[in-house]
Design a protein around this ligand. Structure first.
Ligand SMILES: Nc1nc(=O)c2c([nH]1)NC[C@@H]1CN(c3ccc(C(=O)N[C@@H](CCC(=O)O)C(=O)O)cc3)CN21
Ligand SMILES: O=c1ccn([C@H]2C[C@H](O)[C@@H](COP(=O)(O)O)O2)c(=O)[nH]1
Length: 301
């Protein structure tokens, strides 16, 4: 994961200070690329513990075409809660009474999440993120892109058109209402010598919190699609638009960089599964992951 350390160091050294939508402020750069050879191990950061369970559940949730946070919170995944919660606050005119990140805000968020978990109707009404990733991957104006691409990889492996796009321009405004317009905007597959590579274009990247998740998630997706198409995983290429370090993550980034990198773990998939659509949580097992402890950092909403 030297590549990730180089990116963090680069943003600390050369990132330009820039105001942003969240009001937190970032050190940012436009245009950057990293490559990971998936034959060398599973690219999960070792210099802080990354919550792989969240990554697996989130990916299964995208693949299922789900866009409601209920499945996630029921499985202990809390990374998407802030956005529907914030929308619920503003729908109920509570957003001024409960300032973001205050103790009362945190308490109300906990209660909100509990209600999503236990109250079906409430979850249907307030747990919905809008037409985000899952919707676009499986039903982009009626097209099941993920199904198409997995079939096309087998039919026509030399194709240069093996693309899935989450950026549905006509629905961006609707996505912005409760969730966020997609950050991992589109990805492309490439087949050579029996190996499947994947490149992601990420328009906006929270380097400390989001990027370790995004790398692992697309590495895993590549492994799953490879298994489903009878190929071996090749490379994951991660291309960025606005790649940034939030100003309140600088100390955490320095702490992470002071740690020695350890050998990469291995991700084993249940070999019985023959389609990307059939994986269950128990089909994944991570071996030899021995990370440094987690480092807490606030998520900018
Ligand atoms: N500002 C921001 N950064 C992001 O990375 C991000 C968003 N917003 N909005 C949408 C999704 C949600 N994602 C998130 C959100 C939170 C964490 C996070 O808090 N991670 C912690 C703990 C995770 C856990 O234990 O479940 C971490 O230490 O990695 C990570 C990714 C990625 N995306
Ligand atoms: O998978 C994800 C999702 C989101 N992010 C980060 C990138 C930005 O910091 C925010 C989104 O804010 P915008 O103003 O819409 O760009 O979330 C990420 O890194 N990875």
């Amino acid at each position: 994961m030297e590549q990730y350390h180089q990116l963090l160091q680069f943003l600390l050294d050369d990132g330009q200070y820039r105001e942003d939508r969240t009001g937190v402020g970032t050190y940012s750069h436009f245009g950057y690329q990293m490559r990971f050879n998936l034959q060398e191990g599973f690219p999960l950061l070792t210099t802080k513990k990354v919550h792989l369970k969240s990554i697996i559940h989130e990916l299964l949730w995208f693949i299922a075409g789900d866009t409601n946070i209920r499945y996630l919170v029921q499985n202990g995944v809390n990374i998407w809660n802030e956005w529907p919660f914030q929308k619920w606050l503003s729908d109920n005119e509570l957003d001024e009474k409960l300032p973001k990140y205050s103790d009362e805000w945190k308490k109300a968020k906990k209660e909100f999440v509990e209600k999503i978990k236990t109250d079906d109707q409430f979850a249907q009404k307030y747990g919905e993120l809008g037409p985000v990733y899952g919707k676009q991957w499986r039903d982009f104006n009626g097209t099941d892109q993920l199904k198409w691409v997995t079939e096309e990889i087998k039919r026509n492996p030399n194709s240069r058109r093996l693309i899935v796009s989450a950026w549905n321009a006509a629905e961006i405004e609707e996505m912005a209402k409760a969730g966020l317009p997609p950050c991992h905007t589109m990805f492309q597959f490439y087949v050579r010598n029996g190996k499947l590579s994947c490149q992601l274009y990420q328009r906006s990247a929270d380097t400390f919190l989001g990027v370790p998740f995004n790398i692992a998630s697309y590495a895993l997706l590549t492994q799953m699609v490879a298994q489903g198409t009878g190929l071996k995983p090749g490379e994951f290429v991660h291309t960025f638009g606005d790649v940034h370090l939030y100003s309140n993550h600088v100390e955490q980034a320095k702490e992470l960089l002071s740690r020695d990198i350890k050998p990469l773990p291995t991700m084993k998939l249940n070999p019985e599964v023959k389609s990307v659509f059939d994986f269950k949580f128990d089909d994944f097992s991570l071996e030899n992951y021995d990370p440094w402890p987690a480092i807490k950092a606030p998520v900018a909403v």
